[in-house]
Design a protein around this ligand. Structure first.
Ligand code: NAD
Length: 495
């Protein structure tokens, strides 16, 4: 069986670990390869490689760093089909969706090509007579990036292009469930001219993550994953003196007002609820329908679900499998919970007929009506193709439900009433808001991140907040002496 190595100092690295984990093709249910799980010593080897590469990389001119990012952008764009195939093979998402993931990651590479502009400081001339003050931004050193299974290319691309362009060296720890895309991207960056050691990839589980969190030579951690782990990462990294941003889980609501175009709403709910089999942190998992629209909307969603094809992502299907058998079983268990809690299962995805392997981790689109906000179906992040309908009597009731959620990643309102949309935008306690846009993932030159238990830390991913996160500002007060500056004065300097 093929074993996927780490990538350290610009070459495959086996390390000393004897532990491996299986990587599945979820459409077949078969193991396609094994991946190494790093030890503390393996992580240290990678950190030492990054630490050694950092000084020269930080000294490399902005023009050179920019030019490597431009080359990387061109290579990634030209060869995105290769990485999309890896994503479909290991994650299961359909080819068109995998290409979409790469396209959204490319936006951040494009943002990182602007690094000479983004690194600019400020300058104030003559703050006092003959005194100038200015600021510069400098890289942190070695930064760690820990990513989840659901976007094996895009989430690493949210972080490493900006971290590297800003002059840092990186250790990327991708999800052990679909680790190959990270290695593919590291090799591509090497081809683009990145010096060895500036981007290292270490595979692993908790042991490798803890090693990064505790390593004294790691300055900052960017994490994306589930809320309990995000909270743990935030606390542990901060305890170890690191700068940290930890993006967590989500439960995203779509509020539908009675004046909305229900055909457009139904299209959006299906696309945002079942794309990537619901394994998106910006998936819509709850439709909050302001009556009297629920019955008609459910009818429209149901008729669209009947036309969806589920199967192997390489075969032109609409929706692929879930990531593992365990996850599929857990997601499916919520259908029983819904029934026990008195909800109505309108469409049951168990036993769906598929165009894929018999052993694949399948669950078809599932629609549940009348979900109580007390039910675990509502409260938990299910992270699968299960869409809940919650019926409310008014806009106010809908917003109150959304604002009571522990999560605040994304949300959307569907309406033709501009005043209502504006009120929603102001009142809703969520970090990313769509107005007639179901998955409001900001473009690469804004920043991505939620509120509440969807983001621990105060800095979002990519955009200007990423430049802030991966650099330290230095403020310089400068005076070029002339004789008029002489004399003794022990008082606090004033202007
Ligand atoms: P996860 O939390 O299980 O794993 C994320 C990363 O943490 C992986 O690299 C994993 O190896 C590591 N990890 C897992 N358990 C750990 C532990 N006990 N200690 C230390 N490290 C550990 O998440 P996942 O299942 O890979 O991804 C799905 C989750 O990610 C969902 O909750 C989803 O909402 C969330 N997500 C959030 C965003 C966002 O931007 N907010 C984006 C994508 C995914």
């Amino acid at each position: 069986m093929d074993i996927l190595d780490h990538w350290v100092s610009g070459a495959p690295f086996a390390g000393v670990s004897t532990r491996t984990a299986p990587v599945y093709n979820p459409a077949e249910g078969t193991v396609s390869r094994e991946v190494r799980l790093a030890t503390v010593a393996d992580v240290d080897t990678a950190v030492q490689s990054a630490k050694a590469a950092f000084p020269a990389w930080a000294e490399t001119s902005l023009a050179k760093r920019q030019s490597i990012m431009f080359t990387f952008r061109e290579l990634l764009n030209a060869r995105k089909g290769e990485v999309a195939a890896i994503l479909t093979n290991e994650h299961g998402k359909v080819t068109s969706d995998a290409l979409g993931e790469v396209a959204r990651g490319l936006e951040v590479v494009e943002w990182a090509t602007s690094i000479p502009h983004l690194m600019k400081g400020e300058h104030s001339e003559n703050v006092s007579t003959g005194v100038d003050v200015y600021s510069v931004r400098q890289p942190l050193g070695v930064v760690g990036i820990i990513s989840p299974f659901n976007f094996p290319a895009m989430v690493p691309l949210w972080f490493f292009p900006v971290a590297i362009a800003a002059g840092n060296a990186v250790i990327l720890k991708p999800s052990e469930k679909d680790p190959s895309a990270a290695i593919w991207m590291a090799k591509l960056l090497q081809e683009a001219g990145l010096p060895d050691g500036v981007l290292n990839v270490v595979h692993g589980d908790k042991e490798s993550v803890d090693a990064l969190l505790e390593h004294p030579d790691v300055s900052a951690i960017s994490f994306v994953g589930s809320t309990p782990i995000a909270k743990y990462i935030y606390e542990t990294a901060a305890k170890n003196g690191k700068r940290v941003q930890a993006l967590g889980g989500a439960k995203n609501h779509m509020l539908v007002l009675p004046d909305a175009d229900l055909d457009l709403v139904a299209d959006s709910a299906v696309n945002a609820g079942f794309g990537s089999a619901g394994e998106r942190c910006m998936a819509i998992s709850v439709v909050v329908a302001v009556e009297p629209v629920a019955d008609e909307l459910i009818e429209k969603i149901t008729s669209r679900l009947a036309g969806l094809t589920v199967g192997d992502g390489t075969r032109g299907c609409d929706m692929g499998p879930l990531i593992t058998k365990e996850h599929r079983d857990k997601v499916a268990s919520y259908i029983d919970i819904a029934i026990a809690d008195g909800a109505t299962v309108v469409v049951d995805g168990r036993g769906v007929s598929v165009n894929g392997g018999d052993g694949g981790f399948w669950l078809g689109p599932t629609l549940i009506d009348g979900v109580s906000t007390d039910s675990d179906v509502y409260k938990h992040e299910i992270f699968g193709p299960v869409l809940s309908i919650v019926r409310v009597a008014s806009y106010e009731e809908g917003v109150a439900i959304i604002n009571a959620s522990q999560y605040g990643n994304g949300t959307a309102i569907f309406t033709n009433d501009g005043g209502a949309a504006r009120r929603f935008q102001r009142e809703v306690q969520v970090g990313m808001v769509g107005i007639n846009v179901p998955i409001p993932v900001p473009v690469g030159y804004y920043s991505f991140g939620g509120w509440k238990d969807s983001l621990f830390g105060d800095t979002k991913a990519y955009g200007s907040q990423a430049v802030h996160f991966y650099t330290r500002e230095k403020a310089i007060t400068s005076r070029w002496l002339d004789p008029s500056h002489g004399g003794i004065n022990l008082g606090f300097p004033q202007n």
